[in-house]
Design a protein around this ligand. Sequence first.
Ligand code: GDP
Length: 139
Amino acid sequence: MASNRTFTMIKPDAVKAGNIGNILQMINAGGFKIVALKYTQLSKADAETFYAVHNERPFFGELVEFMTSGPIVSAILEKDNAVEDFRTLIGATNPADAAEGTIRKAYANSIGENAVHGSDSDDNAAIEGMFHFSGREIH
Ligand code: GDP
């Protein structure tokens, strides 16, 4: 059975561009309830751990540098079928391929600087949420 929670980050490009409010608005309008929310910045070690699954990829260094380049907003979101529905709301990894009405279509610049993260499975949603939040920060 699909879990009802997913994890997201508003990435440094979208924070710098002043789009925190716009993206949270799209998240709420998409039917997601915010159950945890934090304005923070990843250290190099945080980003390397969070994206460890990509550490053999050619863009890993760029990804870590980008994700540590400024503050982010991290959040846990609740909705039926949260992981899949949120992946639909954010759109394709490359904004050039993202559908109309998606967050990445509206606010992403490139395949690397693509405005938002969304967990790709229920297991990863739980792992990523726990990486960012303690139990008493989840409501
Ligand atoms: P996602 O699940 O849609 O976020 O995409 P992936 O899991 O494939 O990749 C994770 C993140 O790595 C993406 O959101 C991008 O920020 C970054 N990324 C993916 N592909 C590339 C690439 O070709 N170049 C760069 N610089 N970053 C990339």
